[in-house]
Design a protein around this ligand. Structure first.
Ligand code: 8YV
Length: 314
């Protein structure tokens, strides 16, 4: 029997790509010198799409795939995928929640510690010879006893909260609704949370609902001794407002793993002493990206075997 024909919009990890190559008839749109020619040749036969948060999936492409049965994406975020359109056509979309929670939460705490305790400045202080020429680096502030507001209290937000408690942080959270089984104080107003905490950590999904919700007013409420940590999406932050807030001392500093127009980062951020920058690598470990890639393989296998999907987007 012919192998199901699968369109690769964004490649998986090498080991999992080998499995896909053995199991399906792959068409590599991600490598095509002439994508339009490839689509004209294979689009009518495509039964599945492999992509990722980074690769995305546009409605205009799905409309050209009359036999599409499933979309399998690597990544928990689905803000770059036309999920509603796929669902309107009865096409399930799978993503990779759960397997990346711990690594992303680790990065959240890493950025929080590095930003507030000024790890990068200390590194520069030693490497730049300032320790010898100027003596001790100016004191920074402890995270112990500080108030942490977590914006978005799903798997990742909850995992950050557990870590934060062990570091002596006092946790509260903001989200669409209060969660009955959660004891931490709940805020239904982001500015109110920002006003009451020392550190805001963003762990909410990207997309239209959260576009730019971390704006100048919230930054103003966070205040000159406040810090912003973002392991969510650059889109949830009004990035020009953040740059201005950091330049003007409206907030004390930021630790950022995600940006509005990746991989381009506002040049002003690159020179700032009070900012820690990472290249969207919270889930970027061999173990986690391997588990994400395997979920893509396993979801496709379940679909074509007529079994329940492992991690469909609800
Ligand atoms: C990306 C992420 O998936 O899971 C997500 O939503 O943002 C990351 O893990 C990763 O960059 C691969 O595209």
């Amino acid at each position: 029997m012919d192998k199901p024909e699968v369109l690769v919009v964004w490649p998986n990890r090498p080991e999992q790509m080998q499995i896909l190559e053995q199991t399906y008839s792959l068409h590599r749109l991600d490598q095509a010198e002439d994508p339009e020619a490839l689509l004209q040749q294979v689009a009518p036969r495509i039964r599945a799409v492999v992509t990722s948060h980074g690769g995305g999936l546009k409605q205009s492409l799905v409309e050209r795939l009359p036999k599409l049965e499933i979309v399998a994406s690597s990544g928990v975020g689905v803000d770059t995928l036309c999920v509603d359109f796929c669902h309107s056509r009865g096409i399930p979309v799978t993503h990779t929640p759960g397997v990346l929670t711990e690594d992303v939460a680790d990065m959240g705490m890493l950025l929080l510690l590095a930003t507030v305790r000024r790890l990068v400045q200390g590194e520069r202080w030693v490497r730049g010879g300032h320790w010898q020429s100027k003596g001790m680096m100016p004191l920074n502030t402890s995270i112990r006893g500080k108030k942490l507001g977590i914006v978005g209290f799903g798997r990742i937000g909850k995992a950050v909260a557990l870590r934060a408690e062990t570091f002596g942080l006092e946790v509260s959270y903001y989200g669409r609704r209060q969660q009955q089984d959660i004891a931490y104080p709940y805020y239904d107003s982001l500015p109110a949370l920002a006003r009451d905490v020392d550190i805001l950590l963003l762990a909410l999904p990207g997309g239209d609902e959260t576009q730019g919700i971390l704006d100048g007013a919230v930054l103003e409420a966070l205040g000159p001794r406040g810090y912003l940590i973002n392991v969510a999406r650059g889109s949830v932050v009004d990035e020009p407002a953040l740059v201005a807030a950091l330049q003007q001392g409206t907030i004390a500093g930021a630790g950022l793993d995600v940006f509005a127009d990746e991989p381009r980062v506002p040049p002003a951020l690159l020179d700032m002493e009070n900012v820690v920058l990472q290249p969207h690598c919270s889930s970027g470990t061999v173990e986690t990206r391997g588990a994400m890639a395997q979920l893509v393989v396993d979801n496709l296998a379940a679909h074509f075997a007529g079994r329940a999907l492992l991690t469909p987007v609800s």
